[in-house]
Design a protein around this ligand. Structure first.
Ligand code: ZN
Length: 140
């Protein structure tokens, strides 16, 4: 068994932007020696998240943010903001609900994703951010 580590850097606009990072993760697997195992995709930071979705404009630019607005509204009251005098309490709560990482199986050197299933980074912070995603490919 071996482990290969890769880093992906992306610039985001924040404000619940959804970015398709599938191709960057595919490159990590394509360029490595592991043909069977798993890829763990993890974003550093507590106001961003990683998951899969069908990456199309309705979901990516509207539906996901609209659903999360019901869970953690931008204008809600957050004690976090009183602690730090910042404005991103909703961003932290949204990130907790989605989670920071995803594991995707690899078979025959291919990530096992559905045709309409992309790997996405969601950035909930209230300003543009540089995000670092670590991809660890584990297997043989
Ligand atoms: Zn904060």
């Amino acid at each position: 068994m071996s482990v290969e580590s890769h880093a992906i850097e992306v610039e985001t606009a924040g404000h619940s932007q959804v970015l398709d990072v599938t191709e960057q993760v595919v490159q990590c697997v394509d360029g490595g020696a592991i043909s069977c195992g798993i890829a763990t995709v993890f974003v550093l930071g507590s106001t961003a998240a990683i998951t899969t979705t069908e990456f199309e404009p309705g979901l990516a630019n509207h539906d996901l943010a609209a659903a999360l607005e019901k869970v953690a509204p931008v204008s809600g009251r957050y004690l976090h903001e009183e602690t730090w005098h910042d404005d991103n309490g909703h961003a932290h709560v949204r990130a907790v609900f989605i989670g920071p990482s995803l594991t995707v199986p690899i078979v025959d050197r291919r990530l096992q994703l559905g045709t309409w299933q992309q790997i996405v980074l969601l950035d909930f912070d209230t300003r543009p951010r540089s995000r670092r995603i670590l991809v660890q490919v584990i297997g043989e």
